[in-house]
Design a protein around this ligand. Sequence first.
Ligand SMILES: *Cc1c(COP(=O)(O)O)cnc(C)c1O
Length: 397
Amino acid sequence: MISALLPNYARADLAFERGEGAWLWSTDGRRFLDFGAGIATSSLGHNHPHLVKAITEQAAKVMHVSNLYRIPQAERLAARLVEATFADSVFFCNSGAEANEGMVKMMRRAMAQTGKPERYRFICFEGAFHGRTLGMLAATGNAKYLEGFGPPVEGFDHVPFDNMNAVRAAIGPNTAGIILEPIQGEGGVRAPDARFLQDLRKTCDEFGLLLGLDEVQTGMGRTGKLFAYMWSGIEPDVISSAKGIGGGFPLGAVLAKEHIAKYLIPGTHGTTYGGNPLACAAGNAVLDVLLTEGFLDEVERMGRLLQTGLREIVGEYPGVVDEVRGQGLLIGLHCVAPVGEVQAAAIAEGLLTVTAGENTLRIIPPLIVRESECEQGLAMLRRACAQVAQSAKVAVP
Ligand SMILES: *Cc1c(COP(=O)(O)O)cnc(C)c1O
């Protein structure tokens, strides 16, 4: 018989009853170092006093009122995001997929309202992940995720990642814009050449296209800047955000330039929960921490420390792991051995991670991770790799 809780996930047999910083305690009394952060979402770790206080205080005042009314917490969070980024205006919603849907609707509507309704198609990339709604399944384009769900939503063309020739060849009279993750997360922590975003910006300008970035995973400090586009020196027209933006409280956002945001007038788009007082209190609390002087520099420093340590492990166990990828605290460890074995060995050592495409282990600690915790995590991973190398030797007669 089917379980009461829909069995649509391959869950590890672990449940947690409390957390503190980068640590989680399971219901069976074990302690784990959480280098998965709920899939890059618990950006401030667990039980962060500032976030807990903001949520508790707001919950006791008013949680939800709907967007029929002004929401001061949302106005404040939007103003702060505008101040800190390229954007002129922000729409709040509840998840990454919903933020991407909003981004696509905004781009299509801007084209339609400026006399180009035939421009509704988007160039997307192989290995992308944009979410699980019907629209975002089509944008993701992964045949495995699309199977059995009917005809894919029209308007998404896929080309190889980091390939400008393929992008230019795919541009047609119906193209509205280009949508990509600055670093592909689920696809295997794949970072394109440093010039790729700059070339995409130039190409968009040349052909009158819009550039939309899915920063659901790369944003909100994950790479050591508030958003990953900031490494490239270019400005997109629109970005989506979610995951870390609420520190574990469900919140998503679309940040856009005025020239496209202005077409989402009343009645064109909306959400009931989106940007409610409680979610935005959480968002403001996360932003308080991220914008603290020196915080993002520390994210970058921890990222470098981890990446250096991981390269040493690659040198020691080349039969198990062979490449370190990513930026800041969005790190991929490409595995030679099956990634599931490396992940399981890490869990046995007390370290939680997340897998990604291309047989890659994702190492995405909370952004508040300390140097000593990075060192402990590296020691656990080193022992895990030794274990995998050892059992591979035993398996070969
Ligand atoms: C996780 C993710 C999404 C989907 O976010 P949900 O909140 O699960 O809808 C979209 N894009 C990227 C890049 C992601 O990492």
